[in-house]
Design a binder for this molecule. Structure first.
Ligand SMILES: [Zn+2]
Length: 128
């Protein structure tokens, strides 16, 4: 007989912050799911133009997700012209993202962190 799952039996949860760009938002989510093993209903998202580097500090959404048990956190941006950072090169976007991810690792020390960068139609993932 199965009983309702207790909260502590729940699988891992996550949080992903990404750019709203139509070319990359879906690919970024799929790459995050593949890297973390999370299902679409196991992580929160926060999105706007510019992605993770557009937020200078932690956001309420990220803090709430972390408090609610998000242990796999993704920080995403992309090259190939981002409307959030007009005129920034791919290299500049990548450097901004790496710097942001480094800050968030310090902000949320109990989570595993993933850096996701879209370029040339592909999204690469690395652990921060
Ligand atoms: Zn963008």
């Amino acid at each position: 007989m199965s009983s309702p799952a207790k909260p502590e039996e729940r699988g891992p949860l996550g949080f992903l912050q990404l750019c709203a760009d139509r070319r990359y938002h879906r690919k970024t989510m799929l790459a995050f799911e593949q890297a973390t093993g999370l299902r679409p209903d196991e992580y929160w998202v926060e999105s706007r133009a510019g992605g993770a580097p557009s937020y200078t500090d932690t956001t309420r959404a990220a803090r709430v997700a972390y408090r609610e048990g998000a242990t796999r956190m993704g920080w995403a941006a992309h090259g190939d012209r981002c409307w959030g950072f007009y005129g920034a090169s791919n290299g500049e976007m990548r450097r901004k993202l790496v710097g942001t991810a480094r800050s968030r690792v310090a902000d949320f020390p109990r989570a595993s962190h993933f850096v996701l960068f879209g370029e040339g139609g592909e999204v690469s993932v690395s652990e921060a």
